[in-house]
Write a protein that binds this ligand. Structure first.
Ligand code: GDP
Length: 322
């Protein structure tokens, strides 16, 4: 593959080139990895920034419907929108809750949108990398908004929040008056809670749920990276599109505040450092299963098993090159 040419096509906004670039990033082959690194370096010069929005919610709350409606609204305003999915379940089952092709039918046909389903069977550590790098390619390709969607399981929210500028939690109206078992940690990373399905018969329940969460959010410690009134809870309907423009206005207001106050840059810098360290950590871990290190571990492991050397001494030897 001609990397320079590929990079040029991505920056020129060719969707097929972008899709191929992401496929390259997802590949586990060592030679592909080298090309992927070269590609990321080659597109860096584009110096483009998208608004990265993380969106989380359990299956059934209406993520696909919301993204379809929200994405159509944004593209209707002349913005280009990319959608990436992080589906940790696909790592475990090989199947994907987020990946089926019938989702977001209108948006997927929209020339100003790019939708990439979650790949199945990516190694857990690889999910973060491939998503982060796919985000970078989408930014280089000139997308104005990159939506990173994830289901509310495991560590995926924290991971997605760690690569997003804004993090949205999508909820459905609750039957009773109890908070829906949303973990406190997720409330703490959410910039906005959107209570979806605020339409028809569900409107009263949605309104109650929204008030409950607004109350719960007020009890959380105010973050220095937030202006007054954030994080906030709002009502939306992905079906009628009610509340979507209001939610978008709030997102933009928050972004503007963070940019003006310097928190936007600080956050991106912090994220870059985090992912750099994470990448090094993954690389070091990978080395444990490679060639010389692997045989050394085998050798020392056998010595430990035979009682010839203590765990502490063997571990030090392994690390020190003894
Ligand atoms: P996901 O699993 O989170 O992606 O959820 P889906 O987008 O597939 O939606 C799950 C179900 O909720 C579908 O039957 C949708 O039609 C329905 N749904 C989604 N958004 C709304 C909404 O705003 N109002 C109502 N009444 N139903 C909705």
């Amino acid at each position: 593959m001609d990397i320079a040419d590929q990079a040029k096509r991505i920056v020129a906004g060719e969707r097929r080139a972008l899709a191929r670039g992401i496929t390259l990033i997802e590949s586990a082959r060592a030679d592909h990895r080298e090309q992927a690194v070269a590609l990321l370096e080659a597109v860096k010069g584009a110096e483009r920034q998208a608004l990265r929005i993380g969106l989380s919610g359990t299956p059934g709350v209406g993520k696909s419907t919301f993204i379809e409606a929200f994405g159509m609204m944004l593209t209707g305003q002349g913005l280009r929108v990319a959608v990436l999915a992080v589906d940790p379940s696909s790592t475990l089952s090989g199947g994907s809750i987020l990946g089926d092709k019938t989702r977001m039918e209108m948006l997927s046909r929209n020339p100003n949108a790019f939708i990439r389903p979650s790949p199945s069977q990516t190694a857990l550590g690889g999910v973060a990398r491939r998503t982060r790098e796919a985000v970078m390619l989408c930014e280089a390709a000139g997308y104005d908004v990159v939506l990173i969607e994830t289901v509310g399981v495991g560590q995926s929210e924290t991971m997605v929040a760690g690569m997003a500028d804004l993090f949205m939690l999508l909820l459905a109206p609750a039957g009773g008056d109890e908070l829906q078992g949303v973990k406190r940690g997720i409330m703490e990373i959410a910039d906005m809670i959107l209570v979806n399905k605020a339409d028809g018969d569900l409107l009263p329940a949605a309104t109650r749920t929204c008030a409950d969460y607004a109350g719960a959010l007020r009890l959380l410690r105010k973050r220095s990276s937030d202006p007054e009134g954030f994080p906030k809870a709002m009502l939306v309907s992905a079906i009628t599109s009610d509340g979507l423009d209001a939610a978008w206005d709030e997102m933009r207001a928050l972004v503007k505040w963070r940019k003006d106050s310097g928190h936007w840059d600080t956050n991106r810098t912090k994220q870059a450092r985090h992912w750099f360290e994470e990448e090094v950590r993954l690389g070091l871990l990978a080395r444990l299963s490679e060639g010389e290190m692997r045989s050394k571990m085998e050798r020392l492991g056998a010595a430990v098993a035979a009682g010839e050397v203590s765990v502490a001494v063997a571990a030090r030897k392994a690390l020190d090159g003894g």
